[in-house]
Design a protein around this ligand. Structure first.
Ligand SMILES: Nc1ncnc2c1ncn2[C@@H]1O[C@H](COP(=O)(O)OP(=O)(O)OP(=O)(O)O)[C@@H](O)[C@H]1O
Ligand SMILES: [Mg+2]
Length: 255
């Protein structure tokens, strides 16, 4: 059975997709069998892996049109693509019973084929995100290291709490990590310190620094490790990934 991890923050542009892609890629390079599912109608992850106009998407699978169809983009790493049509999910499932459980049910059919399944969530707390949390074992939240970055974080915590109480008792918020960190900016340092005081057990030690290669790589359909193996983004994402793997007790390919 795969460990299912949601990368979630309702705030837009904080590094959810960049993290899903590069954490998943480093896991696959280490030897884990990884599936990443693009759950965002913006389909940024799909595009970042160079998948254009996919014939099969998560939308069709959630609507029961066909089973999961994943694209193997590199050794050990497959992607389930998204499409803008996914934004119509709520409407399409209006009369469906137990619509919060559809992704969980579908994932059971493929869970044995992977070690880790990563769910790249959209920047909202609607039905798609609820499905992700119901299906997940763990949640990790990226936070941009800047002023107001914790606005809305309480909503994310509340949502996780509700899902845990009502729909998925095994769900756990396992970590918060900082993205686009720039240690020259005192403001960012202050914010990080104050958040670390508030949530000491949740904060991961690995920070993702601001790195131009991280923003360039998706434009050529590559993860950071295959785009520029000298980039600081490689150091940061490999460290973060290994910290996550240890928190998940998935240490079989770690030294
Ligand atoms: N560490 C970084 N250094 C430089 N650029 C970054 C870094 N992390 C992310 N970016 C860039 O910031 C933008 C937003 O990142 P990303 O798409 O990963 O955020 P997101 O949380 O998935 O956004 P959304 O909520 O819209 O889905 C992208 O253009 C990405 O390339
Ligand atoms: Mg995204």
């Amino acid at each position: 059975m795969a460990t299912i991890i949601s990368i979630l923050n309702q705030k837009g542009g904080v590094g959810k997709t960049t993290s899903s892609m590069n954490v998943g890629s480093w896991m696959s390079i280490l030897g884990y069998k990884v599936l990443i599912i693009d759950l965002d109608p913006q389909a940024n992850l799909t595009a970042a892996f160079g998948i254009k106009d996919p014939e099969y998407t998560i939308y069709g699978t959630l609507l029961n049109e066909y089973p999961f169809k994943a694209f193997e983009v590199e050794k050990n790493i497959s992607i389930v693509a998204s499409t803008p049509a996914l934004s119509g999910l709520e409407r399409s499932l209006a009369n469906e019973i137990d619509k919060e459980f559809i992704l969980q049910e579908k994932l059971k059919t493929i869970s044995n084929n992977f070690d880790v399944i990563i769910l790249d969530c959209p920047p909202s707390l609607g039905l798609i995100t609820i499905n992700a949390l119901v299906a997940s074992n763990s949640v990790y939240t990226p936070l941009e290291a800047q002023l107001f970055s914790t606005d809305g974080l309480n909503k994310v915590f509340e949502m996780i709490h509700k899902i845990k109480n009502r729909l998925n008792p095994s769900l756990q918020l396992k970590g918060i990590f900082f993205t686009r960190y720039d240690k020259r900016k005192i403001l960012k340092r202050d914010i990080m310190e104050s958040i670390s005081e508030e949530y000491p057990d949740l904060i991961l030690h690995s920070n993702i620094r601001e790195n131009i290669s991280l923003s360039e790589a998706p434009h050529v359909g590559k993860d950071i490790f295959r785009y520029d193996h000298d980039a600081i983004g490689c150091v940061d994402y490999s460290k973060l990934t290994e910290e996550i793997l240890r928190r998940e007790n998935l240490t079989q390919y770690l030294n």
